[in-house]
Design a protein. Structure first.
Length: 139
């Protein structure tokens, strides 16, 4: 199912941005604007999130197993407690994102930008991290 071309949460009311617990398994959300959406506990397993703009999005405790979020913007997004085993985040921008306790086992983070990201307790077993940019934002 491909729904991304008409999907925009940024300009929507707060009620339509509330997608807590939504089942979006295997959905194609390529190029969607999910800025500020509440996807806590949502199932996005196997979803295609390529080039999604999900800055300030709350994905806490979401299931992102095998999701494809290549070249997506997840700056200042909250992914605390999310499960992203086997997910592809190649080239994703996670500047200032909260990855506290996120399970990224076997995830592909090649060329991702993790500047100022919180990674305390994140599980990175088997994760591919070639070319990842880390560090702090300059004041």
């Amino acid at each position: 199912m491909r729904i991304s071309r008409v999907w925009t949460c940024q300009a929507s009311t707060s009620a339509t941005r509330d997608l807590r617990g939504a089942t979006l398994t295997d959905c194609d959300l390529t190029d969607a604007f999910l800025t500020g959406a509440d996807l806590r506990g949502a199932s996005l397993a196997g979803a295609v999130l390529t080039r999604v703009n999900a800055g300030l999005c709350d994905l806490g405790d979401a299931d992102l197993t095998r999701a494809h979020a290549d070249d997506s913007v997840l700056s200042r997004a909250r992914l605390a407690g999310a499960v992203a085993c086997g997910a592809s985040l190649r080239g994703a921008r996670l500047v200032g994102a909260d990855l506290t306790g996120t399970d990224l086992t076997d995830a592909d983070l090649t060329d991702a930008v993790l500047i100022s990201a919180k990674t305390d307790g994140a599980v990175l077993t088997g994760a591919r991290m070639q070319g990842v940019r880390r560090g702090s934002l300059r004041p």
